[in-house]
Design a protein around this ligand. Sequence first.
Ligand code: GRG
Length: 310
Amino acid sequence: MASLHDPTGSITSTAATFNLSVYLRQQQQLVEAALDQSVTVEYPPTIYEAMRYSLMAGGKRLRPILCLATCDLLGGTVEMAMPTACALEMIHTMSLIHDDLPAMDNDDFRRGKPTNHKVYGDDIAILAGDGLLAYAFEYIATQTQSVPPERVLRVVSHVARAVGAAGLVGGQVVDLESEGKTDVSLDTLTWIHRHKTGALLEACVVSGALLAGADESALKRLSGYAQDIGLAFQIVDDVLDITATPEELGKTAGKDLQAQKATYPSFWGLEESRHQANQLIAAAKAKLEPFGTAALPLMAIADYITARTH
Ligand code: GRG
């Protein structure tokens, strides 16, 4: 496989000519092909089909792209990062499957399709999530090539921490406990999103950096970038829940308002929420300055987070 700098598209070294939509399309295609090969249907077919149903249902593939882009920034290759990139998308997908269950958010649509439990039933949907989670770690451990094992071990530890009670799971618990409460503070809301959404986005960037052999100072800087874009991502998600159509979102819109959930717009209103997201994106991009033009993809991805419509 090629390095991110030499596919035929227009990945160039100046901000004026860097074409984000071409870049994202190329990266999405690489990721789609790798994901398609990562989970194949074996016995018992039901579970593999359920895992593939949600994994191959589309989505922006932002998490694997962040992992690939960060590895590339530091001189790593697609081969080094792709198994981890796929594993991160498997973990993200399993979190969506579980989040959509009747016991959690109870959603009927995701990525423009009926949710996993609507097609396969709650029991198989829970197991499809479990299967994807376990396989993600197996996939990193068995498929990563040309990377020293100590780096792979650090990736596994970092991703596991981001996913468990110290990360996504913890964020989801506080989110569930906050439901129906009218006194959720801005600090609690931010804590929820830094864990529920931010931790995995941070792990995508940091794992790409770890695979490429980043030093501690680069890791710290990149982790800060990821935390800023993670929070901005969630602020934009809250805004889109109000402003976007169900077709744009690929899922039910207006759910937060309906559930009277604390959201950034409920604290700040729409305009100030957009402003805060833009501030975070500016802070994230400032952290990339020492990397020069090599960081153009990560800079453009940061801009995309506030510009996106779904
Ligand atoms: C992780 C072990 C484990 C269990 C799951 C359910 C749960 C615990 C956590 C919820 C995590 C969650 C669903 C967070 C929301 C993240 C988010 C903003 C999702 C939308 O991401 P996009 O817009 O979606 O990138 P696409 O479909 O484009 O990939």
